[in-house]
Design a protein around this ligand. Structure first.
Ligand SMILES: Cc1ncc(COP(=O)(O)O)c(C=O)c1O
Length: 445
């Protein structure tokens, strides 16, 4: 057995064993940022400092931290039944949560498949798309279309349709038969847009070219984030999603909205689909469904997709797909309590009400040192700074660190700093977050 504490070169040997995800491990372990407690809008660090959480954890704790009704539901369920298999067995909370989500989902989307993360939700949706065409006798539809700069988690499906080079380049040839739409980021025309940018609907027409290249009969689905979050908050241009919907429908191609970030209130409604007035064929979700408390993800599919599978002999398994922890009973308890809390406190409406405040506060950073763009919609906003020559992301990281030292957690991706606070955020807390950013912008080289 490796005795880590025997290595005298390690400043904090007890931190060595954990290989941290999406983290500069050596940099972090040399100067760790540890949180040990959370309540409402705040974390507490291991040295007792309170940190205002400007990012709802990681786009997920939409109801705020350690909310009593959710905590109690999880505690109660853990003491009543810890686990139940979901294959050929059921437990009532899974059916109740699926019904609730189906009721909240737009239009014809009315069946829910559960998994444990956004990455699994994406893989599930892509597999359902392929299988759907096959059960309908269109098995040649095997191509999947994603988008540059898209983030769809880290499974092989998700990185294949995703468009973030560093998430893809180390991992071989990925899925075959994938193509990508151009991203919609166009600072030359759209910098400092408030809400949806005016320019760029025509970028959806690139799908027509991919269809001309591959032929519609080979394409199963198009997957996009309605608002691209992890790549740095790219709000869809006006009319863009409508055009994607029109083209996909015309060619019998499924449209999947990856709403892992946008579902459950982030844009001021249950789903971004509702905000943009565009109904896809499937929606992936995770994060906010349990307000980040217990891992859970899922896919909401249209009745038409579900019906296509319900056609064979009644004793046959319709979809050979699922996870040991699909509809885990603790996640279901947390999910039901979270959705109830969102409803009781009208948190989606609250997010819509607070959105103009976040917009006004973030856009006040225009003109601050280094700033080259500010963009926002709902309770998501980002400020982008110019990269230091030859050191992309270095200035962004310094700003993130300064904010953390100042007691505010923001999210840094490259030279983009994002805010996506819990939906319970107060106006004064938004001011505090933005002032922290302003101070950091003025202080960094
Ligand atoms: C749009 C989108 N899809 C998928 C994922 C992956 O989710 P997870 O990290 O739960 O696998 C994320 C995570 O941020 C996301 O933003």
């Amino acid at each position: 057995m490796a005795l880590l504490s025997d290595d005298p070169s390690l400043a904090r040997p007890e931190l060595e064993a954990f290989w941290m995800p999406f983290t500069a491990n050596r940099q972090f372990k040399a100067a760790p940022r540890m949180v040990v407690k959370a309540e409402g809008m705040y974390y507490t660090t291991d040295d007792g400092r309170r940190i205002l959480d400007g990012f709802a954890g990681l786009w997920c704790c939409n109801a705020g931290h350690c909310r009593k009704p959710i905590v109690e539901a999880i505690q109660k369920q853990a003491a009543t039944m810890d686990y139940a298999p979901a294959f050929q067995m059921g437990q009532p909370l899974a059916f109740e949560l699926a019904s609730r989500i189906a009721r909240m989902a737009p239009g014809a989307l009315d069946h829910v498949f559960f998994c444990n993360s956004g990455s699994e939700a994406v893989d599930s949706a892509l597999k359902i798309a392929l299988a759907y065409h096959r059960v309908r006798g269109e098995g040649a539809r095997t191509r999947l279309i994603g988008r540059e700069r898209g983030y769809h988690g880290v499974g092989f499906g998700g990185i294949s349709v995703g468009g973030i080079p560093s998430n893809r380049k180390m991992f071989g040839a990925l899925l075959a038969g994938v193509d990508h739409l151009p991203h919609t980021h166009d600072p030359a025309r759209n910098a400092y847009s408030r809400g949806q940018p005016q320019n760029g609907a025509e970028l959806a027409d690139a799908l027509e070219r991919l269809i001309a290249l591959h032929d519609a009969s080979t394409i199963a689905a198009v997957i996009v984030e309605p608002l691209a979050g992890s790549t740095g908050v790219l709000v869809p241009p006006k009319g863009y999603l409508q055009r994607l919907r029109e083209i996909t429908k015309r060619h019998g191609i499924l449209l999947i909205f990856d709403e892992v970030i946008t579902a459950f209130g982030r844009l001021g409604a249950a789903f971004a689909s509702e905000v943009y007035g565009v109904e896809p064929d499937m929606i992936t979700f995770a994060k906010g469904v349990t307000s980040g408390t217990v891992p859970m993800g899922g896919v909401v599919v249209s009745g038409e997709i579900h019906r296509a599978f319900m056609d064979g002999p009644p004793g046959a398994i319709e979809l050979f797909h699922g996870y040991t922890y699909s509809a885990h009973v603790l996640a279901c308890a947390a999910g039901i309590a979270s959705l109830q809390l969102y409803e009781d406190e009208k948190l989606f409406e609250r997010a819509a009400r607070m959105a103009p405040k976040l917009e006004q506060a973030m856009h006040s950073l225009r003109g601050a040192p280094h700033v080259i763009d500010v963009r926002n919609q709902g309770l998501v906003a980002a400020v982008e700074v110019a990269a230091r020559p030859g050191a992309v992301g270095a200035r962004g990281y310094d700003i993130f660190l300064r904010c953390f030292e100042d007691g505010v957690l923001v999210r840094q991706t490259g030279d983009i700093l994002a805010l996506a606070p819990a939906l319970i955020v107060e106006e004064a807390q938004i001011d505090r977050m933005v002032e922290s950013l302003r101070k950091a912008l003025g202080a960094v080289a």
